[in-house]
Design a protein around this ligand. Structure first.
Ligand code: GDP
Length: 429
């Protein structure tokens, strides 16, 4: 038996929440393997809006086990608030439905302070981080100075780690960033208070995830962010601070590579990106503003307006190849109704050379000129369409052409935010 990984193929916000929610209804276990509370899903269940930043959306299906894997960085304040919020709505009735890796790293108060102070100092060159301390927490993990979830429950060890960290971090905060120092007793007291609520969930999740796969349970590995935000393969340095490619799911969930049997990618029918960084197909005109308005392209976690542009097959092709995608789910096709003609970027031209895959350097990105193909648009609203055959001919052609250009079969098309507004073309999960 094997697990299924799911990843975003662009710069995030592909509507992964909806697709994961659809799949989670059939999953026994949903595992997050990287990132922290910089991801965000907005789910509307029974008319009530729930925003989840850490816990996978599988938690809304009673009995589905949700795992925060070893590759994550966890802000315990945020996790405690999510657990309380979910319980207040009747979810997470049993402790064993949420598992938190003792190997995951803790986000500490200095991580958030450093994150925000640095973005401020960068001024116009800001990366556009969410300011939640994710990047600085990963830096400490790699510098081998981080504090892990398991350490929180070893009082002596936690005190020592906190003292050691504060010595270094306070001098950094004061001297380099002009921030006031943090006080040991306050940080200790804050973190100690999270113990009783979190303790029942903390375990060696690696063992549980592997056992679930071996027993033939349906295990879904949920990537946060997306391939173009991967720290190695995205638009560096305008990326997140972890690996978002499905290969990272092995390390982040504690699974051998052979245990991942299927990879699903999600792409939006156009492109968006939030924050700074390269975006060759960006539309800075009225059409971009129209996509933003019609697609409600504002960050679910931060409310930041997203930059919008044409579908970029170079980007999604890169994600398909890096991820070994089996199938693609295409979302938000309904937003394109009324735009005619539609343009799709099929390749870049960089210094007179045609490129099918993205450049690696900032210089390369700055010189990338999209080569467009035009396709006819359609005027029919798609929200009520439920089968491929009912779609306007131009819409079918658009879907097929995108699949050809990125070399992945489209298995699902989403034509609206609700679960029913979904057209299945093949087997997804
Ligand atoms: P995620 O983090 O990848 O889930 O992306 P977002 O938080 O940006 O979610 C995308 C938003 O678009 C959510 O509000 C969804 O309800 C909505 N959405 C998802 N699929 C579709 C779709 O096919 N059409 C439209 N119009 N909205 C969608």
């Amino acid at each position: 038996m094997s697990a299924t990984a799911i990843v975003g193929t662009q710069w995030g916000d592909e509507g992964k929440g909806k697709v994961v929610d659809l799949l989670a209804s059939r999953a026994d276990m949903v595992v997050r393997f990287h990132g922290g509370n910089n991801a965000g899903h907005t789910l509307v269940v029974n008319g009530e809006k729930t925003i989840l930043n850490l816990v996978p959306s599988g938690v809304l299906h009673p009995g589905t086990i949700c795992v925060l894997g070893a590759g994550m960085v966890i802000d315990p304040e945020v996790l405690c608030a999510e657990v309380r919020g979910l319980r207040a709505r009747g979810f997470l009735a049993e402790d064993r439905w949420l598992r938190v890796s003792e190997r995951a790293h803790l986000i500490m108060p200095w991580h958030r302070l450093i994150d925000r102070a640095r973005e401020r100092l960068r001024g116009a060159g800001a990366i556009g981080t969410t300011g939640r301390g994710i990047g600085p927490a990963y830096e400490d993990k790699m510098a081998r100075t981080g504090i892990r979830v398991g350490d929180l429950f070893d009082d002596d060890g936690f005190r020592r780690a906190l003292e050691r960290s504060l010595r270094e971090k306070n001098s950094h905060l004061e001297a380099l960033l002009g921030e006031p120092p943090l006080v040991f007793d306050e940080v200790y007291a804050e973190y100690a208070q999270y113990r009783p609520l979190l303790e029942p969930f903390v375990t060696d999740t690696n063992v549980e995830v592997r056992a679930a796969v071996q027993r033939g349970m349906r295990v879904l590995l949920e990537g946060a962010q997306a391939v173009m935000l991967d720290v190695d393969h995205g638009t560096y340095p305008y990326v997140t601070s972890s690996n978002a490619v499905p290969g990272a799911a092995c390390a982040g969930a504690g699974l051998p590579p052979r245990m991942i049997g299927r990879v699903i990618g999600i792409a939006k029918a156009y492109t968006t990106r939030v924050g700074g960084g390269p975006f060759p197909t960006e539309l800075s005109d009225a059409l971009g503003a129209r996509l933003r308005a019609d697609g409600d392209e504002y960050g679910s976690t931060t409310g930041r307006p997203r930059r919008c542009g044409w579908f970029d097959a170079v980007v999604v092709r890169h994600a398909v190849q890096l991820s070994g995608l089996d199938v693609l789910a295409l979302t938000k096709l309904d937003v394109l109704t009324g735009i005619d003609p539609l343009r799709v970027c099929v390749a870049y031209e960089i210094d007179g050379v045609r490129r099918e895959l993205p450049p690696a350097t900032e210089r390369g990105w700055a010189r990338a000129v999209p080569i467009y193909e035009e396709l006819p648009g359609w005027t029919t609203p798609l929200g009520d369409v439920r089968t491929f055959e009912e779609l306007p001919q131009a819409t079918r052609r658009y879907i097929e052409r995108l699949g050809q250009l990125v070399e992945a079969p489209v298995a699902l098309v989403s034509v609206g935010a609700s679960r029913e507004q979904t057209i299945r073309l093949g087997d997804l999960f």
